[in-house]
Design a protein around this ligand. Structure first.
Ligand code: ADP
Length: 504
């Protein structure tokens, strides 16, 4: 205490304060300032500590003098701090060191310790004056920031995605480890990307143009291009960058990712090639089936026309010519030619998506018309028709010709399904009824039934030698174009039922 009192007086006298009162004021100041203050002799041995120190460390001035203070140094900082202090004293240079000091309650806080030497006129060091300022919060913040930075860089480098940032002008600034690994180069080489061969030469001009435009306009940018891997292999990537702006809306940086598209692109291409092969194969199959069906249908009347024209020629070249017979042949030629034209017309109609000519239509009337049209065919096939048409069936808005076509298809199929049926009567039963606000017509036969009531509606599905497999597909399309439904049911082996339902 005596020594420190002398010290204070010396300090006071240097400051021109000679009176004991001034010294006491100074003492108050030194003890009140919120820093740990201390002095040492020229050899570095501490000889004064302010009361802040005493309060903080829990050590008395006596316990702290010389090297006593060092007992509150954190063990991990001890060696470093002491050696720095010794070398500062040896060189006579100011020192600044960050260290942890133990508080009276045992907790260590970080301090910034500073000491300056005081020299006499001859330059000899008389004393050292030091302060220790608490910087615990700052140190911990910095440490946390450092840890965060390390964590973030690990996240970036360990993520499987290729990530980068560029300056506002689009110059590469940061790339993560996966990106560097892909190219097998450093950031500097990548910064020359416009010259270097990292991009496929065919994609380079497009990439430069799109990227420059995005940078100029400051809008997000997506580019697909090929990039050369370290082993020379080019793969497809999606390059994506979004601009980042500061609070004032100034573009400050671009954040970007590069995603490997190669596998999905390859799969897409394979899929497309397969689809193309498939659709061209199924088109070819369809066309050949179709042409066979058309040829079959049309060949019959043409063959008849040829036969009859031969006959006609024969009747006319007789002596005397048999005009009556010749006329008969000509008549048949006319009839068969008309039949041929009719077939062609029917086929055209089949594929024509004529606009619907809707009119109020009674399904009962249309059913009766169709049954009448098919009368000959039924008689020929030994088929008996039974009809149960409910007069309460509501009228529907429908295209007469198209609904006729549907019913003809259904009934013809039914008749054909019963050809050769010997063990039971060949019965075509047609019923109609009202079901809520729907008009329903059902066509039932006693044929072999259906093995799959769904597949028969697929285009070109046929089990008939000369079938086209289009009838049901087209019928369904027609009914659906009327907002209705067409479906089949079958008990299997006990005939099939086709139901047509249209909302009134
Ligand atoms: P196509 O009559 O040219 O074969 P459809 O589309 O009209 O074409 O019929 C497809 C297939 O559905 C027929 O080949 C037949 O196998 C089956 N089918 C249709 N109607 C019946 C039915 N009433 N009974 C049994 N099978 C049928």
């Amino acid at each position: 205490m005596v020594r420190s009192q002398q010290n204070l007086e010396r300090m006071a006298s240097r400051a021109g304060l000679t009176s004991a009162l001034a010294a006491a004021d100074l003492r108050t100041i030194i003890d009140t300032i919120p820093v740990l203050a201390w002095t040492t002799g020229p050899d570095g041995a501490a000889d004064f500590f302010n009361s802040c120190w005493v309060t903080y460390s829990g050590l008395s001035s006596e316990e702290s003098v010389a090297l006593g203070w060092a007992q509150v140094l954190h063990p991990d900082d001890r060696e470093r701090a002491l050696s720095q202090w010794q070398s500062a004293v040896a060189r006579g240079e100011p020192i600044e060191v960050e260290l942890r000091l133990r508080r009276a309650d045992g907790e260590f806080l970080w301090f910034l310790a500073r000491a300056h030497p005081l020299r006499d006129a001859a330059g000899r060091i008389l004393k050292w004056y030091g302060t220790s300022t608490e910087i615990d919060a700052r140190r911990k913040r910095e440490h946390l920031a450092l840890e965060n930075a390390e964590t973030y860089s690990q996240i970036l480098d360990r993520s499987p995605a290729m990530l980068f940032t560029t300056t506002a002008q689009g110059e590469l600034e940061f790339v993560n480890a996966p990106l560097l690994r892909y190219f097998g180069t450093g950031l500097e080489a990548l910064q020359q990307w416009k010259q270097a061969a990292h991009l496929h030469p065919d994609d380079l001009p497009k990439t430069i143009a799109l990227w420059s435009q995005a940078v100029t306009e400051g809008v997000p940018c997506v580019i697909e291009h090929r990039m050369r891997r370290h082993d020379g292999v080019y793969r497809w990537f999606q390059f994506e960058a979004v601009p980042h702006r500061d609070a004032d809306g100034r573009l400050v940086r671009w954040y970007g990712s590069i995603t490997d598209l190669d596998d999905s692109k390859r799969k897409d291409a394979e899929l497309r090639a397969m689809e193309a092969r498939l659709s061209s194969a199924s088109r070819m199959a369809a066309v050949s089936q179709l042409s066979a069906a058309i040829a079959h249908e049309v060949n019959q009347p043409i063959a008849a026309v040829i036969a009859n024209s031969d006959a006609c020629k024969r009747w006319l070249s007789m002596d005397p010519p048999n005009i009556e017979r010749a006329l008969y042949s000509l008549e048949r030629i006319g009839r068969d030619a008309a039949a041929g034209a009719d077939i062609v017309q029917r086929i055209r109609l089949l594929f024509q998506r004529a606009p619907l000519m809707k009119e109020p239509l009674s399904l009962n009337i249309v059913t009766n018309e169709v049954l009448q049209m098919l009368d000959g065919e039924m008689r020929q096939g030994g088929v008996v028709a039974r009809r149960e048409l409910d007069p309460a069936v509501p009228a529907v808005q429908a295209d007469r010709v198209q609904i006729q076509q549907v019913l003809i298809n259904l009934m013809r199929n039914a008749i054909e399904a019963m050809i050769g049926l010997e063990d039971r009567p060949r019965v075509l039963s047609v019923t109609s009824k009202r079901d809520g606000d729907e008009a329903v017509v059902a066509v039932t036969d006693s044929g072999p039934g259906l093995s799959d009531p769904q597949i028969i509606f697929q285009p070109f599905f046929t089990t008939k030698r000369n079938g086209m497999g289009m009838g049901l597909a087209i019928s369904k399309t027609i009914v659906e174009a009327h907002g209705g439904r067409l479906w089949a049911t079958s008990d299997g082996g006990a005939g099939a039922t086709f139901v047509l339902s249209i909302r009134a």
